[in-house]
Design a protein around this ligand. Structure first.
Ligand code: BES
Ligand code: MN
Ligand code: ZN
Length: 497
């Protein structure tokens, strides 16, 4: 794990293998840059004149030090236009820098914090943003790769340079980032783990391990207990797999005793083949990520415990596998959910809402003051928003708070409506409700289904189908699980604390 520390010295006097310095577009004449330019005989002005480096977003320029400049290298990274500079742009610029430094196989860097400062951010928030950029971009899932000396390894040490009186603030920002990114990377590890490794039991064991490490309470319900609780919807989905389901329950008791908890619920389908309504072969491998909502809940609970948030929290992850087999549930089956409501299954590939139905019923016994569920629930969500935002539906106030938290942490969320008209689309003639709502508005009818089980609880649903998985690799996200939801939930929860 990358160690991030804070120090106050003049950047060009710091001994380091690489000094990283942020440059706003067209602003190549700060005190440090002017001194650097002078020491290196006008190299900056030449680079600017040749159009090689102006400080545009995504640009970078690696220079080697010289007499009067102690860092061995200086990496200038473009931040784009000053007035468009946000913390998210800072995270991405820092990720660009980290990529360059890793490619050079350096293990250590020093970063001038003030050079990255957007207009309004506090030192603490800036340090958090920079540290997040470094920690998130440094992550790779390499557990199954043979050791290779030619592969650039992770950065091991980063020093943030600040002014004397900013040291404590910067340290606490970096520490906050470390806790949050630990949770985000736990989530990414879980999502990246292949289906053969990742049974429902494995997910439960990992939750237990995280709980023991961080001081969370953890309880696991096995098949027998799920039967006793009459989780008929969850058990219906689980029927096709020889690997038994689990319900994972994590608790963080940081608030006052007796205070109603905030509940986080995450879809934990360890692999979604679609069941008897089998999915096409193309990209089916990616359906190992169908537990990303559950992974976000586990990661967020971990981070909340590490941050010692003064809140009571409960995290619920129903974990199952959705496979076709001779014992699998079929289209046309009618399941009796834990709530007593009966469900007509019209498509066995709409399994996420079934397991969440029981989880939303189960969570009511904690009498939570609000519930947020996260799920890779519908392909329709990717059609609506692509990979750039999650959808949020449900309680308007909660949705607004989540959108605001998303805007400031860089995990964006956009609201879709949940009018009564959509609830009509999941009415069944043979059961209380059916699990698909017809062709249109797939993300909304899925939420309308969940709403029937959230009942009168304050509840919002996040569809993270488009944001949980990164197919190419971009800025601070390598290919694979993104950890989406962990930073969002923590940003939201910090606002509640
Ligand atoms: N896990 C999928 C949704 C999904 C698709 C997530 C692509 C991420 C990427 C979910 O269980 C599913 O299969 N949904 C169906 C619902 C349909 C049958 C009503 C879908 O979206 O096609
Ligand atoms: Mn499915
Ligand atoms: Zn699914």
């Amino acid at each position: 794990m990358l160690n991030i520390s804070v120090k106050s010295t003049t950047p060009l006097r710091q001994k380091t293998s690489c000094l990283v310095y942020g440059v706003q577009e067209g602003k190549l004449r700060t005190d440090v840059l002017s001194e650097l330019d002078e020491q290196l005989h006008g190299v900056l002005q030449r680079a600017k004149k040749d159009g090689e480096f102006k400080g545009g977003a995504g640009q970078s320029l690696m220079l080697h030090g010289g007499k009067g400049v102690r860092p061995e290298r200086i990496l200038l990274v473009g931040l784009g236009k000053g007035k468009e500079l946000t913390l998210e742009a800072v995270r991405q610029a820092v990720a660009t820098a980290l990529g360059q430094v890793r490619t050079c196989k350096l293990k250590e860097l020093t970063l001038d914090l003030a050079s990255f400062a957007p207009g309004r951010a506090t030192t603490e928030d800036l340090a958090q943003g920079v540290a997040e950029g470094l920690l998130l971009a440094n992550y790779r899932f390499e557990q199954f790769l043979a050791a290779d000396k030619n592969r650039p390894g992770p950065l091991q040490k980063a020093v943030l340079l600040v002014r004397k009186k900013e040291e404590t603030d910067a340290e606490s920002g970096a520490a906050r980032a470390a806790a949050i990114c630990r949770g985000a990377c736990t989530s990414r590890d879980l999502v990246n783990q292949p289906g053969n490794v990742k049974s429902p039991e494995y997910l439960a064991d990992e939750a237990k391990r995280v709980a023991e490490e961080t001081g969370l309470q953890c309880r696991i319900l096995d098949r027998a207990e799920l039967e006793k609780e009459k989780c008929g919807a969850l058990l219906g989905v689980a029927q096709g797999s020889s690997r038994d389901p689990r319900m994972i329950i994590l608790q963080h008791n940081g608030g006052a005793k007796g205070d109603a908890p905030i509940a986080l619920v995450g879809k934990g389908v360890v692999f979604d083949a679609g069941g008897i309504s089998l999915k096409p072969a193309e990209k089916m491998d990616e359906m190992k990520m169908d537990m990303a909502g559950g992974a976000a809940v586990i990661g967020a609970m971990q981070a909340a415990a590490l941050l010692q948030l003064p809140l009571n929290l409960v995290g619920i992850v129903p974990a199952v596998e959705n496979l076709p087999s001779g014992t699998a549930y079929r289209p046309g089956d009618i399941l009796t959910s834990m709530s007593g409501k009966t469900i007509e299954v019209l498509n066995t590939d709409a399994e996420g809402r079934l397991i969440l139905a029981d989880a939303l019923t189960y969570v009511a016994r904690f009498e939570p003051k609000l519930i947020i569920d996260l799920a890779t629930l519908t392909g329709a969500c990717i059609i609506a928003l692509g990979n750039h935002a999650a959808a949020v539906l449900g309680d308007d106030g909660l949705a607004r708070q989540l959108m605001k938290a998303g805007e400031s942490c860089g995990e964006r969320v956009w609201q879709l409506p949940l009018w009564d008209d959509y609830a009509k689309m999941v009415k069944s003639h043979v059961a209380d409700i059916k699990n698909v709502g017809g062709r249109g508005a797939g993300t909304i009818t899925a939420a309308a289904f969940l709403q029937a089980f959230a009942k009168d609880q304050t509840w919002a649903h996040l569809d993270i189908a488009g944001t949980a998985w990164e197919g190419e690799g971009k800025h601070y996200l390598s290919k694979g699980g993104t950890g989406f939801g962990v930073r969002l939930l923590i940003e939201f929860l910090r606002g509640q604390a």
